[in-house]
Design a protein around this ligand. Structure first.
Ligand code: NAI
Ligand code: HPV
Length: 526
């Protein structure tokens, strides 16, 4: 397998990849989109930082690519939709550069407060100018943190050590987190009005694009100082320039720009403006951390194992994974079983989790069930990454419910598939936590292992049917390994599940369907 490593990812951090003799690591030079399109077809995985743009054209040209790794946090340079559509996992390394980015933010803040870069520049030009560089102290000032995630939190903690008061705006974090941090959560408008320093730590999204625009700058305190070490485009650079020129903004420090590399921006001419070339994550420590993290994820993805930090499929902490792992295999089998039982176009999939399992986040279990269901039916490759999207794109509604009351089982997964021709139901459980079993088909209780070939025959409960089916199977020289019959009432509908050593040919299935009393004949292979 070949892994393309771009953007100067730390060599030291690639050790987890280099340990594997079946993985060839190719260090790529800077490439244009066309060049990347030309070579990407031969790679199974690629690793990037922020410079390489993984565009829809690049994804389209990727023939074998299974995983794209981002040695860092922001994945805005990777077209996630294109990757998801193609079933390519996108993983990042969200923890390794938090401190680096937070410390860079502190450097920017202190640099702005004491005008360090301008003073240094002047002195290097031979001018000892003490008067021009009167600064301000951080102590007692209010810092407005926009985005109180990993980096925002680390910045808040460091700023508290400088005796600053912290207010924060982040609509997605819990009050509890803010309370524990002794951070006051405020509205965005209030933050703009109260903060002496404003620092941004959120992703660039449709919602955050140009969040710092003329209207926002208007609301801010005179003499405000602004820092952006998150993403270019969150600050409207033209508006910032205008408000800095007018003297309303006393200073600004940007590590990230709307267009990068950025070398001819008018902001760069302003003395009270500090710029760094996207250096937030550029420490020796952070670069090793993120490279190791992403390399481990790439190995897991190439081996077909579950990854921890996928940004385009349900995420799973190691703790959750340990709890639900045994159910993933069962759920996939239930989906595959149903795929072979269905008639008609799928309209709705309903999955009911009951018992112990209902206490956990079961989204990944539903996703894998959808994979099992849709992959055999559809032409396209359906995997854990794109299964939910494929269902949505096909207008299949997916409903997931949990019931802590476990019926007769400690754990039970029941899947109902609604098609334009009717409804099918299937339940499975894990006996003793590790023995996967199918325990109900369309309301009939049975007990079947989730492997091998099964002839599933709904029929009317009357003498002779089992014998006739056995004869047809025997005539085909196919061995019967076992059999179960489930019925609800004597003489009513029943179901026969016959375990066979080989699949029956179509003509044998057709012959079985003509037997009086047989309602349907389905061959299921797991
Ligand atoms: N300059 C650099 O080299 C680096 C930049 N970054 C960037 O820093 C940013 C933050 O990274 P982390 O703290 O690790 O991410 P994170 O995911 O831990 O935190 C982001 C926070 O932003 C919040 N958020 C999302 N939308 C928001 C909105 N509309 N308004 C307010 N808050 C919102 C989220 O709730 C979350 O708490 C990312 O954009 C990342 O790409 C990260 C590392 C280095
Ligand atoms: O991790 C992030 O989001 C970063 O912005 C770091 O970017 P880089 O890997 O230094 O190009």
């Amino acid at each position: 397998m070949k892994v393309l490593v771009m953007d100067g990812v730390s060599e030291q951090g690639l050790a987890p990849l280099r340990q594997h003799t079946d993985i060839e690591v190719v260090i790529g030079e800077k490439m244009t989109e066309d060049q990347l399109v030309e070579v990407i077809g031969e790679y199974d995985a690629m690793i990037v930082r922020s410079a390489t743009k993984v565009t829809p054209r690049v994804v389209e040209a990727a023939k074998k690519l299974k995983v794209i790794g981002r040695a860092g946090v922001g994945v805005d340079n990777i077209d996630r939709n294109a990757a998801t559509n193609k079933g390519i996992v996108v993983v990042n390394a969200p923890d390794g550069n938090t401190i680096a980015a937070a410390e860079h933010t502190m450097a920017m803040m202190l640099g702005l407060a004491r005008k360090v870069p301008a003073a240094c520049g002047k002195l290097k030009n031979g001018i000892w100018d003490k008067k021009a560089f009167l600064g301000v102290e951080l102590r007692g000032k209010t810092l407005g943190v926009i985005g109180l995630g990993r980096i925002g939190t680390a910045v808040a903690k460091r700023a508290q050590a400088m005796e600053m008061n912290i207010v924060a705006y982040d609509p997605y974090i819990s009050e509890d987190h803010a309370r524990k941090m002794a951070v006051e959560i405020v509205t965005l408008q209030e933050l703009f009005k109260r903060a002496d320093f404003i620092t941004i730590h959120m992703p660039k999204t449709k919602e955050t694009y140009h969040m710092i625009n003329e209207e926002a700058l208007e609301l801010m305190k005179d003499g405000v100082r602004i820092i952006n070490c998150a993403r270019g485009g969150i600050v409207d650079e033209e508006a910032l320039y205008k408000f800095m020129e007018a003297g309303k903004v006393a200073g600004a420090a940007l590590d990230v720009f709307e267009t990068e590399p950025c070398t001819d921006n008018p902001l760069l001419k302003l003395d009270n403006f500090i710029a760094t070339p996207h250096l937030g994550a550029s420490t020796q420590e952070a670069q090793i951390n993120v490279a190791v993290d992403v390399a481990e994820e790439i190995v897991a993805a190439l081996r077909g194992d579950l990854v921890k930090n996928a940004v385009n499929m349900p995420s799973m902490s190691p703790k959750l994974l340990a709890k639900i792992r045994p159910f993933l295999d069962l759920a996939e089998k239930l989906g595959t079983f149903q795929a072979q039982m269905l008639d008609g176009r799928i309209e709705k999939v309903e999955v009911v989790y009951s018992g112990e399992l209902a206490k956990y986040d079961v989204n990944p279990v539903t996703t894998i069930l959808l994979k099992g269901l849709l992959d055999p039916i559809l032409q396209e490759n359906v995997n854990f990454v794109n299964a939910t999207l494929v269902a949505r794109n096909r207008g299949i509604s997916v409903v997931q419910t949990t019931k802590e009351n476990g019926e007769d089982y400690h754990n039970l997964i029941t899947v109902y598939i609604y098609t334009d021709k009717g409804r099918r139901m299937l339940s499975g459980t894990l006996f003793q936590g590790n023995d996967p079993r199918i325990v109900n088909i369309d309301g009939f209780r049975i007990n079947a292992a989730t492997q091998g070939h099964m002839l599933v025959v709904p029929h009317i409960d009357k003498p002779g049917i089992v014998g006739k089916v056995g004869t047809v199977v025997g005539d085909m020289a196919i061995n019967i390994a076992g059999m179960q019959v489930g019925r609800i009432e004597l003489g009513g509908k029943a179901i026969m599940v016959m375990m066979v050593d080989n699949t029956l040919p179509t003509n044998a299935l057709e012959q079985l369907a003509t037997i009086d009393g047989i309602l349907e004949v389905k061959m299921v292979s797991l």
